[in-house]
Write a protein that binds this ligand. Structure first.
Ligand code: A2P
Length: 321
């Protein structure tokens, strides 16, 4: 069965489920390659990656394998990547994009996002540039509208079909809306039952900005922040809802997001779980269950990105819920 898609403001469509490919900077290339291939064999038609994940070449090779063995054609699959924080100065946008495209081995990208709003100084070869005392080097002179203009040029040149943002707060989105020719079509940010993001989701959806949720399971393997008790994937309330539908906690969470019109990009290196996460379009949560899930909100983030807090563009100072 094909996954449902959602229409974007530019008329294109985004599949409601994709495979996330962040696996830490020690990512095992074999695992990522196998995960992408399993996902495509399962029916996933969206792969989410980023320059910063350091796996674009592996993701690209896996997609190419699946094109070559005729499981998919290029136009069947939606590939997302992201502009890293060192490349937000206008002169770095296109070269950074071209590196991504080359590493993926593609001729165009379906979706390109500004990965995070806090710009770093560009230092050749550094992912997170720091001074000798270990302080992150920000470039607070950057205006996102100037970065965005370069993103728009990539669309005009036919190199990317759709552009968007990630981790932007509502002020930052509004600034782009006030200064753009092409609207951001997607905002990708952390959403799950412990961080329901009611207001930000509503802000985006009212403006026809599609929301994609990363870390739908609260990224159990890598909490930056102190984990809540119980962890999301052990929550008894969600378990009880799942039992009613003969679904796992993970499936209930994905379904909850889907019913809010949010696409999801769960990560997994396990073939069984990659398949399980795709089986979420054959049941329906009731209004009561949706309400019970919403009530689990704790405004708890897996990824507060604390090291960006000194940037004037740090997005998470304000609780917006
Ligand atoms: P694994 O790779 O062993 O499947 P998130 O997408 O929120 O960042 O969560 C990713 C984490 O959740 C990974 O550690 C992954 O582990 C685990 N995971 C993915 N799918 C499931 C599932 N259906 N049930 C339990 N854990 C899952």
């Amino acid at each position: 069965m094909a996954a449902p898609k959602s229409k974007l403001s530019n008329g294109r469509e985004i599949p409601m489920i994709g495979l996330g490919t962040w696996a830490g900077w020690q990512a095992q290339s074999g695992q990522i390659r196998d995960a992408v291939k399993t996902a495509i064999d399962t029916g996933y038609r969206h792969i989410d990656t980023a320059y910063a994940y350091k796996v674009e070449d592996i993701v690209g090779a896996a997609v190419m394998d699946k094109i070559q063995d005729k499981t998919i054609k290029r136009e069947d699959i939606f590939i997302t990547s992201k502009l890293w924080q060192t490349f937000l100065a206008p002169e770095h946008v296109k070269p950074a994009f071209q590196k991504t495209l080359k590493d993926l081995g593609l001729e165009y990208l379906d979706l390109y996002l500004i990965h995070k709003p806090a710009p770093y100084k560009y230092v050749e070869g550094e992912m997170i540039p720091k001074d000798e005392d270990g302080n992150v080097l920000f470039d607070d002179s950057i205006d996102h509208a100037d970065t965005w203009r370069e993103m728009e040029k990539l669309v005009d040149e036919g190199l990317v079909k759709t552009i968007g943002i990630s981790n932007f707060n509502h002020h930052q989105i509004q600034h782009l809306l006030d200064n753009c020719s092409i609207k951001p079509a997607v905002n990708q940010f952390e959403v799950h039952p412990y961080l329901t993001q009611t207001k930000l989701v509503e802000f985006c959806q009212k403006r026809d900005i599609h929301v994609t949720a990363f870390s739908p399971f609260g990224s159990p393997a890598e909490w930056e922040n102190k984990p809540p008790d119980p962890p999301l994937l052990q929550n008894p309330k969600i378990k009880e809802i799942g039992e009613r539908h003969q679904k796992t906690i993970a499936q209930v969470i994905l379904r909850y997001l889907f019913q809010r019109g949010i696409s999801v990009i769960p990560k997994s290196a396990n073939a069984g779980r990659i398949r399980q996460n795709f089986q979420v379009f054959d049941f329906e949560l009731t209004d009561q269950e949706m309400g019970d899930l919403k009530a689990l909100n704790q405004n708890w983030r897996v990824y507060p990105h604390d090291w960006d807090a000194k940037s004037r563009h740090y997005p998470f100072n304000e609780v917006y819920d």
